[in-house]
Design a protein around this ligand. Structure first.
Ligand code: PLP
Length: 400
């Protein structure tokens, strides 16, 4: 493991000052978030549109802090659609996801989602039928989501692959071609192609995907005499939990997109990262309840656990953390402690899977010390199984 994450002073100050009754606490550093988003925006070519994939962290405070830096939001359910529209009214929404229901599509039409990413022929026919019920309204702008085959080894490094192989996501490229005749006479307007093939990729792999999707979209447009000028190349920019200081190489990625745009005049490129925008600015702060040694190994049991922060269990990593030592120990008996040894940080759940970090060397860790888990700003609280065991929910703090 790399050196511990450096906890920014304002987060450390807040985490230390929180009353014990407020722990565990999610602390989101909105200033750091805005800084990260501004850097990403600055690295991308000006004409590339940056959308934020809301499912990574849909907290309204997060959505609003990103608003000055993004062109819009990608939403993947009717719930997200209504929530994001309300939190950041007036900013464009792209509605994707497999298995959209008729009420969800009706909601998208009613709320005027700026783009709908169509994932199957069935969905296309349903959307066309719903749009036909609204004759006075503007045409509905859509992208076809396509599951293109991956180049050799291209998605090998991915943490999650949604495409590039058989999957329920998007259209097989041949089926996408077969969709085109279905558009005739409908109130749907095909603006381009969407592809989100995998999450957890580095800049070279994502640039290769972007180039292939763009070439495919352009060729499709030419074969059918369509001006398909929009290409949404998805999200999936990697975050590395083993290296909390590292960032996705936005500079290289932006330079690559600029080259791609130069090769395809008139192209409107869009990217929609989730985790890479919000992961680094979120913290999960808690305290050590107990330290014990079991069969020669040290365990620190913290308040809370994977029912609040499921990310390390779901992804199989150690969540990076900083220790905030506290000197107060008011009990009349010795303070349980681990000294200069590897410690496993587990939670309060009655399952051996409730582990936040495994066998991580620490200089000292004592009952009552506070722990700030880093990189807890994406796919954290909102993917966790909150109700298991009925422990209290964390408190939430947004520092601006
Ligand atoms: C989840 C998702 C994203 C964002 O993925 P990250 O790995 O968080 O960047 C973008 N687009 C689509 C269609 C998604 O499903």
């Amino acid at each position: 493991m790399e050196p511990r994450p450096v906890i920014p002073p304002r987060v450390a100050g807040h985490a230390t000052a929180l009353p014990g009754g407020d722990l565990p606490a999610y602390v989101h550093d909105l200033t750091a978030l805005a800084g990260d988003a501004a850097e990403v925006r600055a690295a991308l070519p000006p004409e590339t549109e940056l959308y934020y994939a809301a499912k990574a962290n849909p907290a309204p405070e997060v959505l609003r802090a990103l608003a000055p830096h993004v062109s819009g939001y990608e939403v993947s359910s009717g719930g997200e659609l209504a929530h994001v529209r309300k939190a950041v009214p007036g900013l464009p929404l792209a509605f994707g996801g497999p298995g959209k229901t008729e009420p969800e599509l009706r909601l998208a039409l009613r709320l005027g989602a700026e783009r709908i990413h169509v994932e199957s022929e069935n969905e296309l026919r349903l959307l066309a039928a719903l749009a036909a019920e609204r004759p006075g309204e503007a045409p509905v702008d859509i992208l076809l989501r396509v599951n293109l085959p991956a180049g050799d080894g291209e998605l090998g490094g991915a943490a999650l692959a949604m495409g590039g192989r058989p999957s329920p996501f998007g259209l097989d490229p041949r089926r996408a071609e077969a969709c085109l005749p279905l558009l005739r006479g409908t109130r749907l307007r095909l603006r381009g192609i969407h592809a989100h093939l995998a999450s957890g990729l580095g800049a070279p792999a994502l640039l290769a995907v972007a180039a292939r999707v763009t070439a495919w979209a352009r060729a499709l447009g030419e074969r059918h005499g369509l001006g398909l000028d929009e290409v949404n190349v998805g999200g999936g920019m990697a975050v590395d939990y083993a290296r909390p200081h590292a960032r996705f190489d936005w500079t290289a990625y932006g330079a690559g997109l600029a080259r791609l745009a130069a090769e395809h005049p008139g192209l409107r490129l869009r990217v929609e990262p989730g985790r890479a925008l919000t992961a680094h600015s979120g913290w999960y702060v808690t305290e050590v309840l107990d330290v014990k040694h079991s069969h020669g190994e040290a365990f620190a049991v913290v308040r809370g656990g994977t029912h609040h922060l499921r990310t390390p269990a779901a992804k199989g990593h150690d969540q990076p953390f900083a220790v905030l030592p506290t000197d107060a120990w008011e009990r009349p008996w010795p303070r349980p402690a681990a000294l200069d040894e590897p410690v496993t940080l587990s939670g309060q759940l009655c399952t051996p899977k409730d582990v936040l970090a495994r066998a991580v060397p620490v200089a000292e860790l004592r009952a009552g010390d506070r722990i700030a888990f880093a990189m807890a700003g994406a796919y954290a609280w909102n993917i966790s199984h909150h109700d298991f065991l009925m422990h209290p929910a964390p408190t939430f703090h947004f520092l601006s």
